[in-house]
Design a binder for this molecule. Structure first.
Ligand SMILES: Nc1ncnc2c1ncn2[C@@H]1O[C@H](COP(=O)(O)OP(=O)(O)O)[C@@H](O)[C@H]1O
Ligand SMILES: [Mg+2]
Length: 225
């Protein structure tokens, strides 16, 4: 899924004393079926950029096109629809609901899409098997290990088979073995045709052989290497 950003600027609290220019005229292209890493210090604008690509919110100015379609021209409800259908999010701390069991956490993104329950179960079962978490399906997500939780988060991001996967500092809370495992899974998904953007400053990610390109971001400006 080709992603094109043209002069994208994001200003939080515009014209207020606490105004922050989080992104400053970002121009960027991410090719379809590529795996790139967005690298930058804390506060550099990584999550903001990922949220804009992920249609969580609109930029203050500039244009975003995904697969040739201009997002800024879409009404909010189409943005939401586009996000639910095409994007898999693996966000910081995974956003898993701890009281909900593993299976229901994984099928959560399918609910607004109106997928029949039997089909939801079938999709969840396939993914739980693939990521070896079937034996934990009835456990509350708050009661499983970090590595299992990570696999649940990935399964949930993949449940609607999205062409675009966005991972925000996915290894920040993982040890090196789990981080390696995470990157192997991402490499396999890239081989399967997905487009993947990972934000990180973890060398285990930035130096991984499957990363095609590193995009450096500093104070809301990008430097493509
Ligand atoms: N909701 C928000 N309201 C105001 N400022 C924000 C908000 N989110 C992020 N920021 C600010 O925008 C800048 C970029 O933040 P962020 O995109 O989260 O960076 P990173 O993910 O690289 O740490 C930081 O200065 C941060 O404090
Ligand atoms: Mg962040």
């Amino acid at each position: 899924m080709l992603i094109e950003l043209d002069e994208v600027t994001k200003i939080y609290n515009q014209d207020q004393v606490n105004e922050v220019v989080a992104l400053d005229s970002v121009n960027l292209q991410v090719e379809s079926n590529s795996m790139v890493c967005l690298r930058g210090a804390s506060g550099s604008g990584k999550s903001t950029l990922l949220s804009i690509i992920g249609c969580v919110f609109q930029p203050t100015s500039g244009r975003v096109a995904i697969a040739g379609k201009q997002l800024s021209r879409l009404p909010d409800r189409f943005m939401t629809l586009h996000r639910r259908r095409n994007i898999g999010f693996i966000f910081q701390k995974f956003n898993i609901l701890p009281a909900l069991n593993v299976r229901d956490n994984i099928t959560l993104p399918l609910i607004p899409l109106g997928i029949p329950p039997a089909q939801m179960r079938e999709k969840a079962e396939k993914l739980m098997e693939r990521f070896s978490i079937t034996h934990r399906q009835n456990f509350p997500a708050g009661q499983i290990s970090g590595g299992e939780l990570q696999r649940v988060a990935i399964a949930r991001a993949l449940i609607n088979d999205p062409p675009l996967i966005l991972a925000d500092e996915p290894t920040a809370h993982l040890d090196s073995r789990l981080s390696e495992e995470f990157m192997s899974m991402m490499a396999a998904l890239k081989s399967a045709g997905k487009t993947i953007i990972i934000t990180s400053h973890d060398p285990l990610v930035t130096k991984h052989s499957s990363i095609g390109r590193i995009i450096d971001i500093k104070d809301g400006r990008i430097h493509v290497s």
